[in-house]
Design a protein around this ligand. Structure first.
Ligand code: GLU
Length: 509
């Protein structure tokens, strides 16, 4: 059922690749919208031109396409509340900054970067931090401290200025967070944030609040790092005479070990991606790995992410995106940070891989085979996949688990040969190849029965025979059930491999 009152947004700044924490924020917004029949909006917050990175916006859009997370409105999509990119909404913000000055909630500040720097240094020399706040503002150069005519003159002369929020001096702000409950802050600890910059652009705070209001956002669901900005935002809504939306601040994604926010460095150090897609830094050319390129299925990636900070209330772990839109609820989002577990991410991929049909996996695996120069029959590939998929995490792993179905061994694992190719192996394998020559039908079950009977009659050691046999067929002591392998590669190929192996390994003295 549609609910026009529920509107949420994901509002990234295009400053680089999207961290998986950002993808999770978007995912929770998406699920919340879908669950409640609302709308999900993509807004690009690019008011800080100094931090703009080319390609980042396209990267964000492509990431969500890959994940299967769809927006209802926004950049690349359009909609009735556009434009959805803040740099294209430039003219909208000024009037609200003016209104705040008009109502006495904001003021012009003329302090130059040099003056502000000196102030900071002066404080540092006394081992204190400078904060542009109620206690300090009258010592600075602004429309509160200067006489009215002076302000007028400076404005007329076109002296650069910023517009700052006049933070109430000693007021208790009570806020509600859907995840954390009641949050109380006294304005004494807050400063007079810049709302509008000298370059004619709003800052994040002003643009964010104005747009959430104009786009009729009902719920702001975002990362915990924005919680310290909440009192300012709530006061801005009040000062502008608007009703504030509901807020939910999501817990951080934490490093696999210890505490602290999961960073790209953790990923590099421990060998896992922290970005959905590969990213090439346009300045340095540095390449960062992505889940897509590492071989993750988007469904597994999304499933892994959703459980980092949310739980369904029972032990269930596997959910499709569609199922999540029914069971997700903000009430079940945890307050505390979620530790990222790279092994668990792989586990999810494995779970999705083994649930895929042999047909689908064969389709994905054929190109990998082709890269190895192998043109195989699809039905043969399907059967191979059925035998080995339990052992694979990624499609690319299927090669390591199955190459011996497609190519005869060129070499024989040295360690295995040393340990398992015994004095009697040569004669036993010669004998076995004679037996296999006459084994009909050449099916796994029949070969198994024949071989076992022969071993029993001759009173050979089962392990010894099977290891030697496997060495000749596979070239190493790995792979699925050996009788399945030989049945699938067929009698001629089996005998050929045995002969070649016998020639290469020879009789051990
Ligand atoms: N542009 C902010 C960011 O990059 C958005 C924060 C918010 O959702 O309010 O995270």
């Amino acid at each position: 059922m549609d609910n026009n009152n529920i509107r949420v947004r994901f509002a990234p700044s295009p400053t680089g690749p999207l961290h998986i924490g950002g993808v999770r924020t978007a995912l929770y917004n998406y699920l919340f919208a879908k669950k409640n029949g609302g709308k999900f909006i993509l807004r690009i917050e690019d008011t800080d031109q100094t931090r703009f990175v080319p390609g980042a916006e396209e990267y964000i859009i492509e990431s969500f396409e890959w994940c299967g997370i769809e927006f209802d409105e926004g950049v690349g999509k359009g909609g009735p509340f556009g434009p959805y990119k803040q740099s294209e909404r430039k003219e909208i913000y000024r009037q609200y900054a003016d209104a705040l000055i008009e109502s006495g909630n904001a003021y012009y500040a003329f302090d130059t970067p040099g003056e502000l720097n000196n102030k900071r240094k002066e404080y540092e020399s006394q081992k204190k931090n400078f904060s542009y706040n109620a206690a300090e503002r009258m010592n600075m150069r602004n429309s509160l401290s200067l006489p009215g005519y002076e302000t007028k003159k400076l404005l007329k002369e076109g002296v650069p200025y910023v517009i700052r929020f006049k933070m109430p001096e000693d007021e208790t702000v009570e806020m509600n967070d859907l995840i954390r409950g009641k949050v109380v802050v006294n304005t004494k600890v807050l400063d007079d944030k810049v709302l509008y910059k000298s370059d004619g652009m709003p800052t994040y705070h002003l643009a964010n609040v104005v747009d959430d209001h104009l786009m009729e956002i009902s719920h702001v669901i975002r990362g915990e790092e924005w919680l310290p900005s909440l009192p300012l935002h709530v006061l801005l809504y009040k000062a502008l005479g608007w009703e504030a939306p509901e807020f939910a601040h999501l817990p951080l994604l934490l490093k696999p070990e210890g505490n602290g926010k999961l960073s790209k460095r953790d990923g590099d150090r421990l060998g896992f991606p922290v970005f959905p897609l590969q990213w090439k830094d346009p300045k340095t050319g540095e390449l960062s790995r992505g889940y897509r390129e590492d071989g993750y299925f988007p469904e597994a990636f999304v499933n892994m992410l959703v459980l980092l900070g949310w739980n369904p209330g029972d032990e269930r772990e596997l959910f499709t995106l569609e199922e999540l839109t029914k069971v997700f609820s903000i009430e079940r989002v945890n307050k505390s940070g979620a530790k990222f577990d790279p092994e668990k991410a792989k586990w999810f991929n494995h779970q999705y891989l083994i649930r895929k049909s042999d047909e689908e996996l064969a389709g994905l695996f054929m190109p990998v085979l082709k890269e190895h120069g192998i043109e195989a029959d699809k039905d043969f590939v399907k059967t191979v996949i059925g035998l080995v998929k339990e052992r694979a995490t990624f499609v690319k792993d299927l090669w390591d688990q199955s190459y011996f179905f497609f190519i005869a061994p060129e070499e024989y694992d040295k360690k295995a040969v040393k340990k398992r190719w015994k004095a009697q192996s040569y004669d036993q394998m010669k004998e076995l190849s004679e037996i296999l020559k006459n084994t009909e039908p050449f099916t796994s079950a029949n070969i198994e029965e024949t071989v076992k009977k022969w071993i029993e009659e001759k009173e050979y050691g089962m392990g010894g025979v099977m290891n030697a046999f496997r060495l000749l067929i596979v070239g190493a002591l790995k792979g699925p059930h050996l009788f399945d392998i030989v049945a699938l590669i067929g009698k001629a190929e089996t005998l050929k491999r045995m002969e070649k192996g016998l020639q290469t390994l020879g009789k051990k003295e």
